[in-house]
Design a protein around this ligand. Structure first.
Ligand code: SF4
Length: 333
């Protein structure tokens, strides 16, 4: 993947996105507060149904609206994403590839320069789909254990003949053969957190160099069994990951602790085309404004979102203070 840095000008400075590092940064003018004028990164649950029934699923079909948008409506939502200047768009679900028109959405977003990340369980990936899928900045596939039984207990298939583990490995190979930039996601809980080292070795030997590990978030299906899912001690994994980073220096290993104590920082589009978010503290899904009939800016307000936390989540500490260009200063004056 060639390096591409996108930028978005704001009244207070500029936001940058580096697709190779998958990282945002910002330049802020002195004395300005960097409040994003529209979302920086958005998660779009393009459909609710899924052929798996993972025990922790955040985009759990039973809590999502059942309304199904037409292809024309999906493309209208994509238009709003483009118009709002969203820089990093994740397409997930449910299983996004259960809708064939997700490939059209990918084509449209990438045609307009939106860095598009496909979050899929991989079971519907095919060589035909790769024509569009390979245009994504990155494909994220979940693998929660290299022990087939454990993985399939965490990520069971709704199909009695399904074998999530084997189908996931097939999808990984397909992406690698197509030269897709691939990231493996692992969601830790009390059943698999002891396996971090074994998973790292397994992935490394398969040629994977981008791995994101996170503790289960109290959202979606996990919210209802959170106490049961989480081990008492989560500190050991941090030390193990530090050692793994030394052992595999050419592998990017991210460990995010998403057991956050704030809410409403993540911008979501629900499967009915509504802009919203999820209250992490209560597990409540919130619905603000329709992108089928309105625009993204209608719902992007300080009443609906914690805009500062949204900025902090994406930009982290990568902020520089720079003087405003002279021509802009005189225009403002
Ligand atoms: S594959 Fe993803 S959307 Fe499907 S059940 Fe699992 S976590 Fe949920």
């Amino acid at each position: 993947m060639s390096t591409h840095i996108r930028s978005r000008r704001e009244s207070w400075g500029t936001i940058f996105y580096d697709n190779t590092l998958d990282e945002f940064s910002a330049e802020v003018h002195p004395g300005c507060t960097p409040t994003p004028e529209s979302p920086i990164g958005v998660g779009w649950l393009v459909t609710a149904p899924c052929n798996l029934k993972c025990i922790h699923c955040y985009g759990n079909v039973e809590d999502l609206p059942s309304e199904r948008l037409t292809t024309a409506q999906q493309l209208k939502v994509a238009d709003e994403v483009i118009r709002a200047g969203v820089m990093r768009q994740i397409l997930s679900g449910g299983e996004p590839l259960m809708r064939r028109d997700t490939l059209q959405v990918i084509d449209k977003l990438t045609d307009h320069g939106v860095a598009t990340i496909l979050g899929t369980n991989g079971t519907f990936l095919s060589s035909q789909a790769m024509k569009s899928v390979r245009r994504c900045t990155r494909v994220e596939i979940s693998l929660d254990s290299m022990d087939e039984r454990v993985n399939n207990e965490i990520r069971p298939s709704r199909n009695v003949k399904g074998n999530t583990y084997q189908e996931t490995l097939r999808a990984i190979s397909l992406c690698q053969d197509a030269g897709v930039s691939l990231r493996i996601l692992t969601c830790l809980n009390r059943y698999n957190h002891q396996e971090v080292s074994a998973l790292a070795q397994f992935l490394y030997e398969r040629g994977i160099r981008d791995w994101a590990v996170s503790w289960t978030l109290s959202a979606g299906r996990a919210h209802h069994i959170y106490g049961e899912l989480m081990p008492e001690d989560t500190t050991q994994v941090e030390n193990v990951v530090e050692q793994l980073r030394l052992k595999y220096p050419d592998m990017q290993i991210r460990l995010s602790d998403r057991t956050v104590n704030y809410s409403r920082y993540y911008c979501l589009i629900w499967p009915n085309g509504t802009l919203g978010t999820e209250e992490i503290l209560t597990g409540k899904k919130l619905f603000f404004s329709s992108l089928v009939t309105g625009s993204m800016r209608d719902g992007w307000t300080p009443e609906n979102y914690d805009l500062d936390a949204h900025f902090r989540k994406w930009i982290a500490g990568r902020v520089r203070t720079v003087e405003q260009p002279l021509e802009l200063r005189s225009r403002v004056a």
